[in-house]
Write a protein that binds this ligand. Structure first.
Ligand code: ADP
Ligand code: MG
Ligand code: ZN
Length: 477
């Protein structure tokens, strides 16, 4: 039987505030364990939460950037459960009155336009962090707990079950991260845990409209792992269903080493949590003009920038996509484009050689001075240097911030176009490659390109290719 895969994601993001959601403890990453805690985030008796205004603001900005509808009145609730990372034995979250409802992300999957709808977006506090003594939770003798993370503001984003493959889930997450980075609400670092994703997945007979029984997969620590875990789980479910079995609703733990999703526990239902309104916090009431002010302050979002880059600079969709995906690369392009007007050439260099060099040298686009890039391309356009030399100069700009014009003068890297200088080189190449000269005389064109290459090599790529061709023709005849 043919199955359709159905996936919905629950994404948790740390909001970039300096202090926690309900107390003034610092949210800085990488501090000594248990040094950023107070009676509020440890849930000591008699302590009272105070809502962090900045967290609400960032949450609204994130929700607006995802086209989600901000609710004028939302509420905090207690989600009750016991786990060692949760000192209060309840998490303050939002349940039936979330901050925002609906929203969507539009993206492309293999050229096909896809609209992935969101269910809801709400604010909650992060629990602490457990650190297991062994490789994984299964082979640990004991676990340690760090409460520095307890109380850090999180945004939970829940999608509708609109995703259809592991790959699509990954593309969605990449686009989501891009949008949130542009909006400035979270730094979205999966490896530091500031973006986490649980995936719900089920199969159904192709063409069916009802949802199948789902499993939930947790513990993926990269977008690639999300894709792999979902592909694995889709395969596992397909095998069971094809053999006439049925899926048990449960939570699985993705094991990165074994590339397997291991069943962890039966999936809990919301009634297990005994949600009730948080008695220590007032409902969150937002005024329209406050929401409007934030909406007006939203920066340009990736989908808008992609279109603008095409309209304003005449870039093709692929160039616009790459320059948008990497925000600071796009910024570098736009600053340089302020002075350098061959936009498409600029885009080709920026997304091609420059991006490659940045990655290889672990540099950020913001470390490259646009003026040096402009200088380099101008020298190339005016025929002062050749392409291979330009590539070397670009590497020097990325690695050392060297001014290309100065380097050309210092090292004599300029283009060689003088007849007096080129002729001896060409003569030498001709003398050393008599066979090639013979085959040219027999009409073979390949041998001509071979000789041009030899002259270029002999001048370290600096000879003017047109002059070289002219001289070669002249001297052969
Ligand atoms: P939970 O109680 O586990 O939080 P939700 O109803 O909030 O469950 O849904 C969590 C996520 O699971 C959502 O992204 C939703 O789209 C997705 N989901 C729900 N049912 C299914 C299903 N049958 N198959 C795949 N995904 C599903
Ligand atoms: Mg949920
Ligand atoms: Zn605290």
């Amino acid at each position: 039987m043919e199955f359709e895969t159905v996936i919905g994601l629950e994404i948790h993001l740390e909001l970039q505030t300096r202090s926690k959601l309900f107390c003034s403890c610092s949210t800085a990453f990488g501090r000594e364990p248990n040094t950023s805690c107070c009676p509020v985030c440890l849930g000591l008796p008699g302590s009272l939460p105070v809502l962090n205004r900045k967290a609400v603001e960032l949450a609204i900005i994130a929700a607006l950037s995802l086209q989600s509808e901000i609710q004028k009145e939302s509420r905090f609730d207690r989600k009750n459960y016991y786990y060692p990372d949760l000192p209060k034995a309840y998490q303050i979250s939002q349940y039936d009155r979330p901050l925002a409802l609906g929203g969507f992300i539009e993206m492309k999957n293999e050229g096909v336009k896809r609209k992935i709808n969101l269910e809801r977006i709400h604010i909650e506090e992060d629990p602490g962090k457990l650190m297991h003594s062994g490789e994984s939770i299964f082979d640990s003798d004991y676990s340690l707990v760090d409460y520095n993370r307890a109380g850090i503001p999180l945004l939970e984003i829940v999608t509708k079950p609109d995703l259809r493959s592991g790959r699509e889930a990954r593309l969605f997450l990449e686009e989501l991260r891009c949008i949130l980075l542009y909006s400035g609400s979270s730094d979205c670092r999966m490896e530091q845990g500031s973006l986490r994703c649980d995936a719900n997945i089920s199969l159904r007979p192709a063409g069916s409209k009802t949802l199948g029984t789902r499993t939930e997969v947790k513990n993926m620590n990269s977008f690639r792992a999300v894709e792999m875990a979902l592909d694995y789980e889709a395969g596992r479910q397909a095998a069971i269903l094809s053999a006439g079995g049925s899926i048990i609703q449960q939570t699985c733990h993705w094991d990165e080493g074994d590339r397997k999703a291991i069943p962890l526990r039966g999936k809990e239902g919301s009634s297990d949590y005994r949600y009730f309104p948080e008695p220590d916090l007032l409902p969150l009431i937002l005024k329209s003009d406050y929401i409007e002010t934030l909406a007006a302050s939203l920066p340009e979002l990736p989908s808008q920038r992609r279109i603008r880059l095409m309209e304003e600079y005449g870039l093709d969709p692929a160039d616009a996509a790459i320059l948008t995906e990497n925000r600071s690369l796009g910024d570098l392009f736009e600053v340089a484009a302020g002075e350098y007007k061959d936009y498409r050439n600029l885009a080709r260099w920026v997304r091609g050689d420059l991006l490659y060099l940045l990655k290889g040298n672990d540099r950020n686009p913001s470390e490259v001075a646009p003026s040096l890039l402009i200088e380099l391309l101008t020298m190339l356009d005016e025929g002062e240097i050749n392409r291979p030399v330009a590539k070397d100069l670009l590497a020097n700009i990325v690695k050392n911030g060297t001014n290309p014009r100065e380097l050309v003068q210092q090292k004599g890297l300029g283009r060689i176009a003088d007849r007096e200088k080129l002729q001896p080189v060409v003569e030498k190449v001709l003398a050393e490659n008599k066979d090639a000269v013979d085959s040219i005389k027999q009409g073979r064109k390949k041998a001509f390109a071979f000789l041009v290459g030899k002259v270029m090599a002999a001048t370290a790529g600096r000879a003017d290719p047109e002059k070289v061709q002219k001289l070669l023709r002249e001297l052969i005849n």
